[in-house]
Design a protein around this ligand. Structure first.
Ligand SMILES: [Zn+2]
Length: 399
């Protein structure tokens, strides 16, 4: 049987990627790797290095990167999914597939809050969370890994509810503040219960998003002590700079910057994190779908915006959207290293960018051109239909 047919039949899979021009690791401490070849076996990275040292035999898929850069799959730390690849928020189909074309391979739900008729009683909200967790675990839209099932806490909840959720497979809380709990002490008690049972938490920071949501200021944020400070740059309405500074300096939790937030506040947060030498705390999300719509290129746009206006080397800006998030969210993706999931984006500078290289083009504020996206060692998207065209694109080599 030919190798590719063998792979399709469920046999061993071996992906060999050759001629990579630049490997961006996603890890801030070592963002550029000395490598031109990556091998993944059965969806996991098994080799990163030079071609002469690689065992390329028995490949089931071969990609010639054609000199493009390779990065980890981008991670959107803040999405609001509802059902498969449909969102009622802007009544849009295929928004996750569009994000795949923007290089996003993993998404994390901050609550399935746009679900029509969303239940707010305790039994109902638990059922919704468990159902959403199952739906997205069972079905990956266009291959994208969506971690969903993120209940928004209500004042009637007791400790046993968090244990029940964890026992049922729920690993996330939706944004604190989008449910009925909007005060610090109650939030703190419930976030601690969640943490006790291994459930990660986030919070809505800033002014109300849409009619019906509320203000969460620095006192509530610091009191609640969630694992991630959700959209510290507002969603959209940001807190005053003095409060953003209090949050950054007042805790060691994750600082999430979102596309659907205040861009000036995003840059202020980035500057504070740099001053504090705590860039590892910064992670990126879109906070989409939302009133602002969906942004298929939202994460790439954040990388370019923060790199160019925030004066951050592009290879580090990529880390905010990959390795930082993976570490904070305890994901097995987001970094190019042996053992991790083989989730990759092939990028090159967009055609006619003023930049000399991919990194230079991002630092000038241009979007990267995406030429291919791989998830778990399988090609999920060829040349992106959404980014400006990449100057060079990778090619799959027939075996
Ligand atoms: Zn929010």
């Amino acid at each position: 049987m030919p190798h590719d047919a063998q792979a399709q039949a469920g046999g061993p899979q071996k992906l060999v990627i050759r001629n990579i021009g630049l490997v961006l690791s996603g890890a801030m401490e070592n963002p550029i790797l000395d490598a031109d070849t990556i091998i993944a076996e059965n969806g996991r990275i098994s080799f990163v290095g030079r071609a002469k040292d690689a065992d390329q035999d028995h490949a089931t898929t071969i990609i010639d990167a054609n000199g493009c850069a390779l990065t980890p799959g981008l991670i959107d730390s803040h999405v609001h999914p509802v059902a498969g690849d449909w969102t009622p928020r802007q009544n849009q189909m295929g928004w996750i597939d569009s994000n795949l074309n923007g290089g996003v391979t993993t998404m994390i739900s901050a609550g399935e809050v746009h679900t029509p008729g969303r239940p707010r009683d305790v039994v109902g909200l638990k059922a919704l969370a468990i159902s959403a967790q199952r739906q997205f675990a069972n079905f990956r839209p266009s291959g994208v890994k969506v971690h969903a099932g993120a209940p928004c806490i209500e004042p009637e909840m007791v400790e046993q509810d968090f244990k029940d959720l964890a026992d049922a497979g729920v690993t996330l809380l939706g944004e604190v503040g989008l449910g009925g709990v909007k005060d610090g002490p109650t939030a703190r008690r419930m976030v601690a219960w969640a943490r006790k049972y291994g459930i990660q938490s986030t919070i809505h920071t800033g002014g109300p998003s849409i009619p019906g949501s509320g203000l969460i200021d620095k006192d509530v944020v610091l009191d609640a002590d969630t694992d991630v400070i959700g959209h510290i740059n507002g969603g959209h309405t940001a807190l005053p700079d003095s409060q953003i500074r209090c949050i950054c300096e007042g805790c060691k939790r994750g600082l999430e910057i979102v596309h659907n937030g205040n861009e000036r506040a995003a840059l202020y947060t980035l500057r504070l994190a740099k001053e504090m030498n705590e860039l590892h705390r910064v992670i990126l999300g879109t906070d989409a779908p939302a009133g602002s719509g969906v942004q298929p290129l939202g994460i790439a746009r954040m990388v370019s915006m923060l790199s160019s206006l925030g004066d951050l080397p592009a290879e580090l800006a990529i880390c905010l959207a990959t390795g930082n998030t993976a570490r904070m969210r305890k994901l097995d993706t987001g970094i190019i290293e042996v053992g991790r999931a083989a989730d990759f984006v092939f990028m090159d500078k967009a055609q006619h960018s003023a930049g000399d290289t991919l990194l230079h083009s991002i630092q000038l504020g241009d979007l990267p051109g995406i030429g291919m996206v791989v998830i778990d060692g399988q090609i999920k998207c060829q040349r992106s239909r959404n980014t400006p065209p990449a100057t060079r694109i990778p090619m799959q080599i027939p075996i």
